[in-house]
Ligand binder design. Structure first.
Ligand SMILES: [Zn+2]
Length: 249
């Protein structure tokens, strides 16, 4: 009898010791382990005279492209970005803000995804705790801009992975300008329009991939850009449908 009592008492003690562990389950906001963070980069090129990888006669025609492509990542909540205007023309902050705003429209993402946090001395693409937009020299010079983001992958292909940081860099080797009204009639003849390229780059942060079919050249997410172009400033149906598919499925 005494033995039974002792063993019951021991069991109780063991149970009590285990109890706090069971109760204090893992917190929901568990810190992200740096090794779980993945990086993805999109490079925006000037359109080459001859597009690379053109289909050869003996190769089967590739599947036709849709009007949007989902990367599988998204902004969760609201992300604050900072602009480094070093090397940028006057008025560039207004243009960059407009690039972000375009995606928040009711018929696009329809969500308040981005906030301008002001200026920053930080530039380039680095996982450093700040979302930055900056100008830096990028080789080769056919590179117009680069968008890089870091995201937390939960390993579930059925859900969007959450972007935890992003940086956009415009190539400082190139001329940058601001089209007076975004549509001509005096388009930039020697410079890339900031808002035009910016809206495309923000599209990657929103979660959309590049499209390269000539049929899609009128879309914001068309992968090539050119001097004086302003076509990407306004989202087209395909761009909006892509944003809707992510934020209002
Ligand atoms: Zn792109």
């Amino acid at each position: 009898m005494k033995k039974l009592f002792i063993s019951l008492l021991l069991s109780l003690i063991i149970l009590l010791c285990l109890l706090p562990v069971t109760v204090s389950a893992e917190p929901l906001n568990k810190p992200i382990n740096p090794k779980d963070i993945k990086e993805m980069t999109f490079v925006h090129f000037a359109k080459p005279d001859k597009p690379p990888g053109q289909a050869k006669k003996d190769k089967p025609e590739p599947e036709p492209e849709g009007t949007y492509e989902l990367i599988g990542t998204k902004i969760n909540g609201n992300a604050t970005y900072y602009v480094n205007t070093s090397g940028a023309p006057d008025g560039s902050i207004t243009e960059i803000n407009a690039s972000f705003d375009a995606w928040e429209e009711e018929d696009a993402a329809g969500e308040d995804l981005f906030t301008n946090g002001g200026t920053t001395p930080i530039s380039g693409r680095k996982y450093d705790g700040q979302n930055t937009i900056s100008w830096a020299r990028i080789a080769p010079k056919s590179t117009i801009a680069i968008a890089t983001f870091w995201y937390y992958s939960d390993g579930d292909p059925g859900t969007f992975d959450e972007i935890v940081e992003f940086d956009i860099v415009f190539n400082a080797f190139l001329n940058w300008g601001i089209d007076p009204d975004g549509e001509g009639p005096t388009p930039l003849t020697d410079a890339f329009d900031i808002r035009n390229i910016g809206t495309h780059e923000v599209g990657h942060i929103v979660g959309l991939g590049d499209l390269y079919d000539n049929d899609n050249s009128y879309l914001t997410m068309y992968g090539y850009g050119s001097i004086g172009e302003t076509q990407k400033i306004s989202l087209e149906a395909g761009d909006k449908a892509g944003a809707q598919a992510i934020y209002n499925p």
